[in-house]
Each structure stands twice: as C-alpha cells, then as structure tokens.
Design a protein around this ligand. Structure first.
Ligand SMILES: Nc1ncnc2c1ncn2[C@@H]1O[C@H](COP(=O)(O)OP(=O)(O)O)[C@@H](O)[C@H]1O
Ligand SMILES: [Mg+2]
Length: 390
C-alpha cells in the first residue's frame, strides 16, 4: 500500500487506546480496543461526554493518543504525517463547517488544493463529487448560506470524500438537521456507502440512528469505556449488561423490526380468486385457510382487492370489490414500516408483492406479534454467559 494510492477502504483498529487531556483528572477514553473491518460502518454511540468524539479524533490525530495505538490499514497513525492523514482519513462534522466565504466548489476543493493537485484534476474531482451527492452543478458557484441545511450537509460529505480517503470519520453528521431531512440524508448516505464501501467511524448519541447506520455498534459509557461492541441485531437480542439494556431502551424487540424486511418472515397464504370465477369454488378454498379472506388478483397475479361475505354470496366473483387491497406491502419493506402501515390502515392483513408487483403472500399483525414474543423468549432463554459474541 503506497501513500500515493489512497481510496482503498482500510481496516481501523483501536488497540487499548487511551486519552487523558492535559490537567484532566480522569481519562476521556480508557483502553479502547475495537476492530472495524474495512468497508464497514462502525457507530460509536453513548451519552454526552462519554468520549466518542475524543475516540474518533484519535484516528486522525486531531487528538494525540496518550497510551495505546490506533492502527489504520496495518500501520499506526503515529507513523503518518498530518498531510497523509488528511488524505487517507476524511472528516465530517455536525456543524458542517463549510467555509462561508468560499463557494461550494471551493469548499469541496479544499483538500485537493492542500495536497497540491493541479486545477484540472481538482475541477474534475469537484464535478464528479457534486454529481455523486446529487447536487445540481449550478449550485457549485453559490455560497453555503444560499443552500438548505440538507444540501450543505451533503457538500460536507463531498468535501470529506474529495481526496478519496479509505476511511471516513463522521461526528454527528446529521445532528443539526431536522428529523425529516435527517432520515432522507441517512438513506442517501447508506446508498452512497453501498457504492463507495468506505470504512466509516460514525459518532451519534442517538441509538436509533446507530441501529440504522451501523454494521457494528460500539456502545460507550462514562469515562470513555467500551460497554459493548456488536452488530445491531446482537445488541438488541443480547445486551451485555444493564447499562446497554437501558441505553438501547425498553422497546428493543420493536427496534429489531427495523432490521428486518417483510420478505424475511414466513408469510401466510390467502385463497386467491379471479374476477368471474365461481364463488362456490372460492368459498371452498376458504375452509381452513391461513387467511380467512380471499384475495382477488388479476391475470398478472397483482392484488386487486379482498372479497367480502356479500361478494361471495353472489354467483361469481364480481369485478367491483367492496374492500380495496390497500395497504399493499413489498417484500423489501422494512418490517417496522409495514407494521405501522397495518396499524394505520386498521387492518389485520396486507398482501405482500414481489419486485414485479405479483402476490408473494400475506403479512398479518399476528405474524409480527408472534415474532416479537418469540424474540423476547429467545432473550430470556439465553443468559448472558452463553450468548454468542461478535
Ligand atoms: N479539548 C479538551 N480538553 C479537555 N477536556 C476535554 C476536551 N475535549 C473533551 N474533553 C472532555 O473529555 C470527555 C469526553 O468528551 P468528548 O469526547 O467530547 O465526549 P462525547 O463526544 O462523547 O460527548 C468529557 O469529559 C469532556 O469534557
Ligand atoms: Mg462529541
């Protein structure tokens, strides 16, 4: 690995890294050890003052390490010069930190210029990055204050990506954005990361954001101590201790729904019917069926609507149905969203379709509640000592 070829995602390892600020009585970070495999997002989460920012800044030596080490791509950060670290480790902060008197293009060009890239190479990179974050090229010559908060945040990400670093540090990057835009930015960023595959250290104090964004989560507690390092699912199923359990919250079974897709569970099957079909046939299929209602589908197997008893009293399945098929869910929908769709529609059952819109099965409130109770049981049955670890 030469320093002239950044861009490849690098593994980040904290090796008993500690920080004591000058004059401070106690450690801000205490013997932190964790491995972040290359290409993964590791979220550092915990209450305010627990040392998240300090830990993260040890990785690019904005904070000098008191004891222990941080190793990036097999090499200690202590062996790297500040300019190497600037190139290899991108940095995004909550306050966005765009230079107000420089244009968007100039902001994004900051690191390439520090690195002495020529004008053409820099301009080409800026153009490429603005396209990557989906910013209208016309905005390149505007100033930060002329952009929305969400747009500024995306520019902050573009600036950190400018030298194509292998590692990104993101300190509460969406903290200053309103909840609706935050969700959009999170989704956008996850899509971007699916393309880029950077190694990312991501700081937040919000456990829901951690669960959504993290491949792995490091929960920290007061005094810069690591409470647990695990995947989101492990954390929700088997919190290491009372602190983690409290921090994750009482509704962790519900939070697990955020990690699942509708297609991950065994869906039920409803009797299917076609317009014009003899109702007697449909009524026979309903005897002992998993879903006690028949679903009308078209010739492409797309759901059209549910049949009522009155519909079935007629001789054939009518073209005009009383109950619509809404909400129609997709196998790719996040389970938590699917549950809220069901609850909002005040319905027990919803048809689930595949990518082509064809019926794949039926999701019921009961399937979800069975999952939630079995999940609770799972946690009860496995005492902490027997839980699998990452
Ligand atoms: N520059 C500094 N000088 C002295 N103490 C600091 C400095 N930065 C942070 N601290 C202290 O270190 C601890 C951890 O802070 P920080 O890493 O900012 O926590 P977090 O990001 O989790 O809120 C806190 O007690 C904080 O007061
Ligand atoms: Mg902080």
């Amino acid at each position: 690995m030469t320093t002239d070829a950044p861009g490849e995602a690098l593994e980040v390892e904290f090796r008993e890294a500690s920080k004591r600020y000058p004059g401070a009585e106690r450690l801000a970070v205490e013997r932190l050890s964790l491995d972040v495999p290359s290409g993964e997002i590791c979220v550092l989460v915990g209450p305010s003052g627990c040392g998240k920012t300090t830990a993260m800044r040890m990785a690019n030596r904005m904070v000098e390490i008191t004891e222990g080490d941080v190793v990036i791509g097999g090499r200690s950060v202590r062996e790297r010069s500040p300019s190497q670290l600037r190139r290899e480790v991108g940095y995004v902060i909550q306050q966005i930190g765009l230079f107000p008197h420089r244009t968007i293009a100039d902001n994004v060009a900051t690191v390439p210029r520090l690195l002495g890239w020529n004008r053409e190479r820099t301009a080409a990179r800026v153009e490429e990055l603005l396209a990557l974050i989906g910013l209208d090229p016309e905005l390149a010559e505007r100033y930060p204050a002329q952009l929305s908060g969400g747009q500024q945040q995306r520019v902050g990400v573009a600036r950190a990506l400018a030298a194509n670093p292998g590692v990104m540090l993101m300190d509460e990057p969406f903290g200053a954005v309103d909840p609706i835009n935050r969700e959009r930015l999170q989704n956008e960023f996850l899509r971007l990361q699916a393309e880029l595959g950077k190694t990312i250290l991501f700081v937040t104090h919000d456990i829901d954001e951690a669960i959504k964004m993290g491949d792995r989560i490091a929960i920290m507690r007061e005094g810069g101590k690591l409470a647990q390092y695990a995947t989101p699912a492990e954390l929700l199923m088997a919190p290491a201790d009372g602190f983690v359990e409290d921090f994750v919250g009482a509704d962790r079974a519900l939070k697990r729904l955020a990690l699942m897709r509708v297609g991950d569970v065994d869906l039920w099957q409803a009797p299917l019917a076609h317009v014009g079909q003899a109702s007697g046939e449909v009524r026979r299929k309903l005897v002992g069926a998993e879903v006690p209602y028949a679903l009308v589908i078209d010739s492409e197997r797309r759901p059209l609507g549910w049949l009522s008893d009155a519909d079935l009293a007629r001789e054939t399945v009518p073209a005009r149905r009383v109950a619509s098929a809404d909400p129609i869910l997709d196998v790719g929908d996040v389970m938590r969203d699917a549950l809220s769709d069901l609850l909002q529609a005040e319905t027990q059952y919803a048809p689930v379709v595949d990518g082509g819109g064809r019926i794949a099965g039926v999701l019921s409130v009961e399937i979800i509640s069975e999952f939630l109770s079995s999940d609770e049981a799972l946690v009860e049955e496995h005492p902490a000592a027997e839980r699998p670890h990452a």
